[in-house]
Design a protein around this ligand. Structure first.
Ligand SMILES: Cc1ncc(COP(=O)(O)O)c(C=O)c1O
Length: 460
């Protein structure tokens, strides 16, 4: 850590924060007795707080974002150079980094062809919802306007993104919601909702078709799914699931929208998570890892076939996609994204994600053997979940306060981990791990040994 920062008295910063900042996802009553934690510096996988304490960050900036790690000067340089040359022009016109990043991105996504820029994951998803609604109006006479979403998935914070959200505690108190969004069941095999334990993946996909048939296939335009559910409990799609989902969508002419806001840009060890499951999406959305948090950028990527639907009635003044986000014109986003992608490639971070991900899973399996409270471990690449239960037989979820205590114990040891947080009524019992893609074997072992100690301290 910078020695000057370490010595600085940050009490004025803390006072200003306490007096004026409304933190995200926090009950502020807490700050009447404790100070908010302020992070002042980061390098690699480590961050330092205002008290000078070092933390190993096991969740890439809290919400799985800083994929290439902290302190990347080359990204900062690329952003600076771009900003002094040309910082902003509305994306109705083009920019140099915008064009070059779109080309690089599409080169990693065979079958996809067009990139629509915006600023956040929520917004990237909203763009798809608008596209689907416009396709409905212009190509299906108003039919096929409904959008399916899945229990436990999350697609963002705006009212319409929450309307497509399968996490009850995230949306509680924020209705009424946008009409036309219909839920389908989750696909978490550990919590099998069906009578048979056979072919769970196919069964969970068939449950989607049951909803489609109930609603009427001609009413449904698209299905929006996280490739691997992240904040809803780290749900790896079961075997056979994605093949059947594709088959069903093809049969009923339903467009597939994959939310890769978390899984995209290397998190699962491939450029995109869906590339591990053989899916051919119509839309892919991404944000967080696109520029690793060095700039705000999100992308809605579509096929040429979808894009063409917005060109084919050129005489109609309302036929094109009439959507704009002001800051999609800020050139910092694609400039950072280009350099972020170069780093992932030149440092072989996809390979590292696969090998360190395997180590992480192996270590977590070891914790499952040792601690009865670990009911299930699951994950892909460098995204893993540890579901805690009070009874392995009944799978009764562990008490939420105790799960929080595990995360708190890790924090006290200087290790930051995540957990399902005010998301799923009765099921906020999964610890989440998503270290930066540069994690070393020592980092992984440090993370899991800290969880080991915390589990012992809280549950023994
Ligand atoms: C899967 C998924 N989609 C969308 C979002 C929303 O992204 P943002 O917070 O950038 O709007 C998130 C945020 O965590 C997410 O996890």
């Amino acid at each position: 850590m910078d020695a000057v920062l370490a010595k600085n008295d940050n009490s004025d910063v803390i006072a200003a924060d306490k007096a004026h900042v409304w933190h995200h996802l926090i009950q502020h009553k807490t700050f009447e007795t404790v100070d908010p934690r302020i992070i002042v510096e980061g390098k690699g996988l480590r961050v330092w707080d205002a008290a000078g304490k070092e933390h190993l960050d096991g969740v890439s900036g809290g919400v799985w974002t800083v994929n290439v790690g902290y302190g990347r000067e080359t990204i900062a340089d690329a952003v600076r150079d771009q900003l002094v040359k040309m910082n902003f022009f509305a994306n109705t016109l083009g920019s140099v980094p915008g064009a070059l990043f779109a080309e690089r991105l599409i080169s990693k996504m065979p079958g996809m062809s067009r990139v629509f820029y915006s600023n956040s994951g929520s917004e990237a998803n909203e763009k798809v919802f608008k596209m689907v609604r416009q396709i409905s109006k212009q190509h299906h006479g108003g039919k096929k306007s409904k959008i399916l979403y899945r229990d436990r998935d999350y697609h963002g914070t705006t009212i319409t993104a929450l309307s497509a959200g399968g996490q009850g505690e995230r949306s509680a108190h924020y209705g009424p919601f946008t009409p036309g969004f219909v839920a389908v069941p989750h696909c978490l095999e550990y919590r099998n909702q069906y009578d048979s334990a056979e072919a769970y993946g196919e069964r969970a996909a068939d449950a989607i078709e049951e909803v489609i048939l109930r609603e009427g296939p001609d009413t449904i335009g698209a299905i929006c799914l996280e490739t691997m559910t992240a904040g809803g409990g780290v749900i790896v799609p079961p075997e056979g699931y994605w093949e059947r989902v594709q088959e069903i969508c093809k049969r009923h002419q339903i467009l597939i929208h994959l939310d890769e806001v978390v899984c995209g840009v290397g998190r699962l060890g491939t450029w995109f998570g869906y590339q591990q499951f053989g899916i051919k999406p119509d839309f892919v959305t991404m944000a967080k890892g696109v520029a690793s948090g060095y700039a705000a950028i999100s992308c809605t990527v579509t096929t040429e076939e979808v894009f063409d639907m917005f060109k084919d009635a050129s005489g109609d003044p309302l036929s094109y996609f009439r959507d704009i986000s002001t800051y999609a014109g800020c050139a910092a986003g694609p400039a950072a994204a280009l350099e972020n992608m170069r780093i992932i490639e030149d440092e072989d971070l996809l390979e590292n994600t696969l090998s360190m991900g395997a180590r992480l899973m192996e270590n977590l399996e070891g914790l499952k053997e040792k601690h009865a409270v670990v009911g299930d471990v699951r994950g892909r690449g460098l995204f893993a979940g540890v579901e805690l239960v009070s009874d392995r037989e009944t799978k009764e979820p562990a008490n939420e306060a105790k799960v929080q205590a595990v995360a708190g114990h890790c924090m006290a040891q200087g290790v930051i981990i995540g957990m399902t947080n005010r998301a799923l009524p009765g099921f906020n019992n999964t610890l989440c791990l998503a270290p930066a893609l540069i994690a070393t074997a020592d980092d992984i072992d440090h993370l899991t040994s800290s969880i080991d100690e915390a589990l012992t301290a809280v549950f023994s």
